[in-house]
Write a protein that binds this ligand. Structure first.
Ligand SMILES: [Zn+2]
Length: 142
């Protein structure tokens, strides 16, 4: 019996600690950035004045989300993101390797560089060829 009571107490204490931690995290996020409606593991730590930033501007995110690697960062506030995927060809019963390139907006607070693994989300058309925005850097290039 004694053991059971002990285990119950310890579990309760753990739960309380977890709840407190969550509360503090949420407060910090609310003060700094706008909620974009997507769970982001690495939200930006800096503040920017970009209109087209999903966190500090007025850009709304809707549609599809992809993860890819930054192929080029030469343009101003814009990156080219690409990724590979396999496509089944029924006739040959084999997979074909396909590549996709997408142009995405790169807000100054995120500042993705060539080689970074990033997540991009669809938004309204920002220019003729750009209708995606970088929402987080999953892994920085070394
Ligand atoms: Zn920003």
């Amino acid at each position: 019996m004694a053991e059971k009571i002990h285990s119950k107490k310890s579990s309760n204490a753990e739960v309380k600690v977890k709840v407190e931690k969550k509360k503090t995290e949420k407060k910090v996020e609310k003060v700094k950035i706008r909620d974009i409606g997507i769970d982001v593991k690495n939200p930006p730590t800096e503040v920017c004045n970009d209109e087209k930033c999903p966190y500090h501007g007025h850009l709304k995110i809707r549609g599809r989300i992809f993860q890819g690697v930054v192929i080029s960062d030469r343009m101003n506030k814009t990156v080219v993101v690409g990724w590979e995927y396999l496509r089944m060809i029924k006739k040959l019963n084999r997979y074909m390797r396909c590549r996709t390139k997408v142009i995405a907006h790169n807000p100054p607070c995120i500042n993705a560089r060539e080689g970074d693994v990033v997540r991009i989300a669809e938004c309204r058309p920002l220019s003729k060829t750009k209708s995606f925005v970088v929402i987080e850097v999953v892994k920085r290039a070394q």
